[in-house]
Design a protein around this ligand. Structure first.
Ligand code: NDP
Length: 362
């Protein structure tokens, strides 16, 4: 296929269509690459639950990669809950949505990232990116052929690391202890529960549909229930573990937390990973305050961000990859196809449509 593309000097050149098979990448007869990236922009800040009209699809002309730079093409993109609260504190209206992707290097002026290699990049919601290397990490060299690269955004990526560090570094969970995890069928929760089982713990998970509960049982959770249909959350937690909980991996916050904290054992540890039930609030929720429970039971509650243990990531990712290869860590994905469906995938994840990691395949 041939066509015409306008270059910077304003002349039209005949070109061949490219290797990477995307209409936006045109290989000129001079072997120079001109790229228009598709991007999803935050048109206006979210008010309450995000809406389609909060997003806008835009085209962006990319400049030629200079010395030390690479041109990336997105293969898989991640949609994550943090994008909702971070959009408010890290972004302005008109910015490209923040986010991580697995991308292929399609042009390189950097020996560290040769053409054809794959990276995980903090590129945002964009199909193509010119990067100087500071915001990208090469995927593990020994990544096996039979493991999808998309898992570098899930169990063998940031969400998996979050689960691992929440359990090991924050909860310091030990064999024989009982763990409670909510949003348990999601990217982080499903890995947290499985790692706790690998460590010889009893695991109780809550999730928002019967299909999710069935999945948790498949994963080997000892007890699982649908928090939306149980007559009483308090009774469900008591029935699942009458002796209480040593550790609580908190993904949800809000009213769930108010009911769960009194179920903790003395000296229990709570890893505050997320509070997704609060992210779309326009006015802050107030609830029963946990102070007396925390004092009388001498609980430890610690919030954390996965990046705190970045120095351990390579070793940790290798451990997770080994578990996946040995069949000890299952990683389901909820894949939405098409870059144009990024907003729908994001909102679907916030609504709870995903079992496992929510991914967009370009
Ligand atoms: P998930 O894959 O778990 O997807 C989000 C899930 O949250 C949904 O599927 C839904 O499951 C549940 N959910 C949505 N709304 C509510 C609600 N109002 N009440 C209860 N549950 C709700 O996402 P992740 O695994 O990526 O993230 C899980 C949590 O971990 C989030 O809070 C996230 O912000 C946090 N996180 C924190 C990190 C850190 O460094 N601290 C890093 C990564 C994630 P269901 O059907 O079960 O309701």
């Amino acid at each position: 296929m041939t066509g015409r593309v306008k270059v910077k000097e304003g002349k039209w050149h005949v070109h061949d269509s490219v290797c990477c098979g995307r209409e936006f990448v045109k290989l000129l007869s001079t072997k120079r690459v001109m790229v228009q990236a598709k991007t999803w922009v935050l048109k206006q800040h979210f008010e309450g639950f995000p809406k389609h009209t909060d997003f806008e699809l835009k085209l962006e002309q990319l400049s030629e990669p200079r010395d030390g730079e690479v041109l990336l093409e997105a293969v898989f993109l991640s949609v994550d809950p943090y994008m909702r609260p971070f959009s408010r504190v890290r972004m302005q209206a008109g910015d490209v949505m923040i986010g991580t992707q697995v991308a292929k290097v399609i042009q390189s002026n950097s020996p560290s990232f040769p053409v054809g290699c794959h990276v995980v990049g903090r590129c945002g919601w964009r199909t193509h990116t010119v990067s100087n290397g500071s915001d990208i990490t090469k995927i593990l060299d020994d990544w096996p052929q039979d493991v999808s690269l998309s898992h570098a955004l899930g169990a063998i990526g940031m969400p998996g690391l979050t689960a691992l560090y929440g359990l090991e570094e924050v909860c310091a969970i030990k064999s024989g202890e009982t763990l409670l995890v909510n949003a348990a069928a999601g990217a982080v929760g499903s890995v947290a529960g499985q790692i706790a089982k690998l460590k010889g713990c009893k695991v109780v998970g809550s999730a928002g549909s019967d299909d999710k509960v069935a999945y948790l049982k498949e994963l080997g959770f000892d007890q699982a229930f649908n928090y939306k249909t149980v007559p009483s959350l308090e009774e469900a937690l008591k029935n699942a573990s009458p002796e209480g909980y040593d550790c609580y991996f908190e993904n949800v916050g809000g009213p769930f937390s108010s009911v769960a904290i009194p179920q903790m054992k003395t000296f229990g540890r709570i890893a505050v990973c997320g509070g997704i039930s609060l992210y779309n609030d326009t006015t802050p929720q107030t609830g029963p305050y946990p102070h007396l429970q925390m004092i009388f039971k001498q609980l430890k509650m610690e919030g954390f961000l996965v990046g705190r243990w970045e120095h351990k990531n390579v070793e940790s990712l290798k451990r997770m990859l080994t578990w996946v290869q040995e069949g000890k860590l299952k990683c389901k994905e909820h894949v939405t196809v098409g870059f144009e469906n990024m907003p729908a995938a994001f909102m679907g994840m916030l609504r709870g449509e995903n079992i496992g990691k929510a991914i967009v395949k370009v």
